[in-house]
Design a binder for this molecule. Structure first.
Ligand code: NOJ
Ligand code: CA
Length: 698
């Protein structure tokens, strides 16, 4: 490993006079493609601007804060004007590190840093540092409140960060919202964003707090008229609320809108404190956005020293059958799915097909009144329904070499969960569970807090820390959107935090372009428990009253296991659906969930993505290609394969007559010998895909 860390320059500018002219401090990325200027205007206002290959991507944009005391009424002089530069430091860093799991075994972190130390011009002056880290594919910046005499405990009333774009870019967006990110993505120019039209036409999102018509969430994916891709998000969201972005439709300036708490404050901090990093990833290739490691590199290294118990997991679940109406979570219905006999059937199937685990939902009492009543105490996480035999299932699962994944639906009652956590995790350990899926459906209790505010952000991190203490892996549903914290807490395998497969079962469903957008938006921050693998697309097959359909072909479902990178992947359909297509199911059985390397071969957000990944510690590659509602012909060069080897490729393709609307279950499987010179033609049906496993021939 190559390690280099040195200070390039250090400049002390101590000045006791007010700034008279604008000052600019400059930093460029290692290869010079990305350049950032920190600007202090004549009025002492902090700003920044950025360039990619010498083209402006961010015009001069505001920075700073409005703050007030926590213990008192004092409103501080705003930290966005009358500032002086006290000191400027630059440094450079080039090192690589090994993630516990992920899309590659080694991650390079090569960046230049610019640190600006600012101070107000008054006798009780406040101090603020702004740190920029600039990489070849973008940059991040964050604020630091150093320890200082005049600012100890304080409230953030407003963060003045903005992102002033240089045009009416094409945007891939979901509405700004303090409680939900389960909206379908829209594609419009910035000037045509109408967030409320989306919040009002998705009634099945029961708990939502839309901001206004002009506000969107991050990760926000953008494309400029001259073909530059820009992604705006944040990294290391800890002890701070999530950021939405309000669009000024005439200037294309996007302003940070932090999620407030119950009384409208944004954040409560104690100096020294830091904010999350604001990230801007940029490239003229869409595939570079997918490959970017900026967000992970801006997070802290793992705090877990011994990670041997953290295992990427492929699982099935007593789950989809509740969405299609076959069973229920609750016991009173008479169709309780999580009964011992049914769970054993899933264990048998999972064991036969060598899955690591099964998720069982609806095992504990409380589901009769979990949702819509906003009760504080619904679940206790240790009391099973009478037909769910914890001990017997523990022994049965163990004898079949399958783990059971625990389910903790909190029903939004986060404070109740915090009180129960130790007991719940001890119960898990006692009965052999080593992974938990949490859920936050409902309004957050304590009342008035939002899913994405500082209190809940701290809650999710607390759960990651607490589960780590118990050596438990975590999958959080309905949390705030991920920001790369899986580097720091690698037991936090995945989050939902977006619109997953389940929406196909109870809404208008996900559009055919959905899966070609998610890697550029929601998945920029981390893996998603999307739950692919549905083979029975027409849900009226299960329940005559259901009109919903899954809007893809089977081959596309298979390809999602490669296109979506996650160490936690579900085969979401029922065993009986797989029994009918065991030849296609073979791909789900074979596909890896942890990788040595990834190649992002071709991509256009909203249209198509083709990705190849090499399985961890194996000479096996997997390829996934997906398209939107347009059928697609393409070719892929297998030049990533080892030059001296032959491989057997098994190609799971859409059949000639496959189509997401009329013939979604038609696929064909062929086997050929390939090597690094092979160029493979791929033919994808409308909302179709192609999945390939490539195994070296000994
Ligand atoms: C919503 C989650 O996304 C889903 O996976 C879960 O089954 C239900 N809540 C019940 O907890
Ligand atoms: Ca959900």
């Amino acid at each position: 490993m190559f390690t280099k860390k040195f200070i390039l320059a250090s400049l002390v500018v101590l000045s006791f006079f007010s700034a008279i002219s604008q000052q600019i401090k400059f930093v460029a990325s290692p290869n010079g493609n990305v350049k950032v200027n920190f600007i202090l205007t004549e009025k002492g206002e902090p700003q920044y601007e950025a360039f990619y290959k010498n083209k402006p991507i961010i015009l001069p944009s505001s920075l700073g804060f409005e703050l007030k005391e926590i213990f008192g009424d004092k409103i501080f002089q705003p930290l966005n004007k009358n500032l002086l530069i006290v000191r400027v430091d630059t440094s450079s860093y080039n090192e690589s590190w090994q993630p516990v799991w992920g899309d590659r075994k080694e991650i390079a972190d090569n960046h230049h840093t610019l640190t600006i130390k600012l101070k107000q011009q008054s006798s009780d002056a406040l101090e603020l540092n702004i740190v920029f880290k600039v990489f070849d594919d973008g940059f991040g910046f964050r604020y630091e409140f150093p320890k200082q005499p005049n600012l100890t405990h304080f409230i953030v009333i407003e963060e003045n960060t903005s992102f002033h774009l240089n045009g009416n870019h094409k945007a891939f967006w979901i509405p700004g919202d303090f409680d939900s990110n389960e909206y379908p993505p829209s594609i419009t120019n910035l000037s045509d964003v109408d967030a409320l039209s989306i919040t009002s036409t998705n009634p099945e999102i029961a708990v939502k707090t839309p901001v206004n018509a002009n506000t969107v969430q991050t990760p926000l994916m953008l494309k400029t008229a001259d073909g530059i891709y820009i992604n705006i998000h944040e990294a290391a969201l800890v002890n701070y609320p999530a950021m939405n972005l309000e669009i000024n439709k005439s200037s294309y300036n996007l302003s940070a809108v932090l999620v407030p708490d119950a009384v409208g404050n944004k954040a409560y901090l104690q100096a020294p404190a830091t904010t999350p990093w604001r990230t801007i990833i940029v490239s003229d290739k869409a595939t570079d956005i997918l490959a970017s490691k900026i967000i992970l590199n801006l997070n802290e290294p793992s705090v877990i020293k011994n990670t041997s118990w953290i295992k990427p997991t492929k699982f099935m679940g007593v789950w989809w059958e509740m969405f299609i109406g076959k069973g229920t979570w609750d016991y009173a219905s008479g169709k309780h799915a999580a009964n011992t006999a049914n769970v054993k059937k899933y264990i048998d199937f999972a064991s036969k097909h060598k899955f690591d685990a099964i998720l069982v939902e609806g095992w504990n009492v409380g589901w009769e009144d979990w949702f819509g009543q906003w009760k504080e105490k619904v679940f206790d996480f240790v009391t099973p329904y009478p037909d769910f035999n914890v001990k017997e299932l523990q022994q049965y699962a163990k004898s079949k070499n399958v783990k059971i994944i625990m389910h903790h639906e909190t029903s939004g009652s986060a404070s109740n969960y915090e009180r129960q956590m130790d007991t719940a995790y001890r119960f898990m350990k006692q009965f052999g569970y080593d992974a938990v899926k949490t859920g936050y459906v409902g309004k957050i209790i304590p009342r008035g807090e939002h899913h994405d505010g500082q209190t809940m952000v701290n809650h999710y991190v607390h759960v990651a820390q607490k589960t780590a203490q118990f050596q438990i892996m975590l999958d959080a549903h309905e949390p705030v959107r991920p920001t790369g914290l899986q580097r720091t807490y690698p037991n936090w395998l995945a989050c939902e935090a977006g619109r997953g497969m389940e929406f196909n079962a109870f809404s208008k469903g996900n559009n055919p372009n959905h899966e070609t957008i998610m890697p550029f938006t929601r998945m920029m921050g981390g893996p998603m428990d999307f739950t692919p693998g549905i083979f029975q697309m027409d849900l009226s097959y299960w329940d005559k009253t259901k009109t919903q359909k899954v809007h893809t072909t089977i081959a596309k479902q298979l390809a999602l296991y490669v296109v979506f990178c996650s160490p936690l992947q579900m085969a979401a359909d029922l065993p009986e659906s797989y029994e009918k297509h065991l030849d296609a199911f073979q791909f789900i059985k074979d596909v890896a969930v942890d990788w040595d390397d990834s190649k992002y071969l071709e991509a256009e957000p909203g249209e198509y993505i083709t990705t190849a990944r090499k399985a961890k510690k194996k000479d096996t590659w997997f390829v996934g290609a997906i398209t939107n509602e347009k059928a697609r012909q393409t070719t892929i060069a297998l030049n990533f394969l080892d030059k001296n080897k032959k491989y057997k490729a098994t190609i799971y393709a859409d059949a000639k007559d496959a189509d997401w609307q009329t013939n979604p279950q038609a696929y064909q499987i062929t086997t050929i010998t390939v090597d690094s010179n092979t160029v493979l033609p791929l033919s994808l049906a409308a909302s179709g895909g192609c999945a390939i496993s490539i195994v070296s021939i000994k």
